[in-house]
Write a new protein. Structure first.
Length: 87
């Protein structure tokens, strides 16, 4: 199911981040996992991960800009939906 795949992908991203931390590397922002049956693309955003599943033969590079734009729009919508706190 989509929820199971999302949870698994988020776990992979967290494991990669923990593995890279001792080397003082930044957390991965975009991860592409290619397999025989397709490709998973994960794009990290503040507080969220955008996950796309591609069919075999599709090019992950074609989705780089659309995914980045989608994350920017989602972050903007989240900021706008939060009630403004008094200064």
């Amino acid at each position: 199911s989509g929820e199971s795949l999302s949870a698994l992908a988020a776990g992979w991203l967290n494991a990669m981040t923990r593995s890279l931390a001792p080397q003082s590397w930044d957390a991965p922002q975009r991860v592409v996992l290619r397999a025989a049956r397709g490709t998973l693309i994960m794009l990290a955003a503040p507080g969220a991960v955008l996950l796309v599943q591609l069919a075999r033969g599709a090019r992950s590079e074609d989705l780089r800009l659309p995914m980045e734009s989608a994350v920017v729009r989602m972050q903007r919508m989240l900021r706008e939906s939060r009630p403004h706190e008094a200064a």
